[in-house]
Design a protein around this ligand. Structure first.
Ligand code: HEC
Length: 227
């Protein structure tokens, strides 16, 4: 195909023209593009990227959360327990070290010791995390900190959805044993012998989290439900 055969520096042009041919053969698309004032000669690959980005921005935008209203000065937007949760999240929980506002992610790679699951790209039956991209041993089982905006609506949690509740994933940061007690099937087969490695990969930053109580956990979850 023209794109595959062209030299690296020519690929963009080849892709643009291949995609342009397909787009301009579609009557519905053409009438929308014309309405927007796009013409065939100047149309290129980047237009598709921009259109997709715009679609995602509009379609997946979240309405402002109560946390955002609170930040804008509406002191009543959060309940007392949610405010307590915010204090624990930013304070003794040390959550914001990795889940850094405004999107509650530092967009870096860490491990909280999530076991293997069925989803995600597996290399030789294992999900290597960041190491699957970098091939570095230090990156084994690291995953990007997920943003927490609207997190109450995005269960299941963890990169492979192994946690069904907010409570179980939050607890896993400080108690990586509970999940295995609740789901012994995670330790079946050879995973039983690899568990130490998954847990060894856990970030040292997690050690800075102060021990919390049931009340702290409840308030942190309430806070998570408000962001
Ligand atoms: C060392 C950095 C780090 C710290 C500190 C941290 N987290 Fe996380 N958190 C992560 C990573 C990485 C994941 C995703 C792990 C995975 O998918 O393997 C995660 C996952 C989560 C998730 C699941 C989100 C989803 O969409 O799957 C929640 C909720 C969460 N963390 C809340 C918290 C709370 C609350 C605290 C504080 C008590 C906290 N985290 C502290 C790194 C961190």
């Amino acid at each position: 195909m023209a794109v595959g055969d062209s030299l690296y520096q020519d690929k963009y042009k080849a892709l643009s023209s291949a995609i342009s041919n397909r787009v301009w053969a579609d009557k519905d698309l053409v009438s929308s593009l014309k309405r927007l004032g796009v013409d065939k000669d100047s149309f290129e690959l980047a237009d598709i990227g921009n259109a997709l980005a715009d679609f995602i921005a509009v379609k997946f935008s979240c309405p402002p959360s109560r946390w955002q209203s609170f930040l804008k000065g509406d002191k009543g937007a959060l309940s007392t327990i949610e405010k307590k949760g915010a204090v624990a999240f930013f304070g003794k929980g040390r959550c914001a070290v990795c889940h850094t506002p405004p999107l509650f992610s530092d967009f870096k790679f860490h491990s909280i010791g999530v076991p293997q699951g069925d989803f995600g790209p597996h290399t030789r039956t294992r999900d290597l995390g960041r190491a699957g991209v970098t091939n570095k041993a230090d990156d084994l089982y690291l995953f990007r900190t997920p943003p927490l905006i609207a997190v109450k609506d995005t269960a299941p949690y963890g990169h492979n959805g192994v946690f069904s509740t907010l409570e179980s994933v939050v607890v896993h940061h400080v108690n990586p044993v509970q999940l295995f007690l609740d789901k012994p099937e995670l330790m079946e087969g050879n995973d039983r012998y690899r568990l130490g490695r998954y847990l060894d990969a856990r970030s040292e930053l997690l050690r800075a989290i102060e021990v919390f109580s049931d009340d702290d956990l409840k308030s942190i979850i309430s806070f998570l439900e408000a962001i």
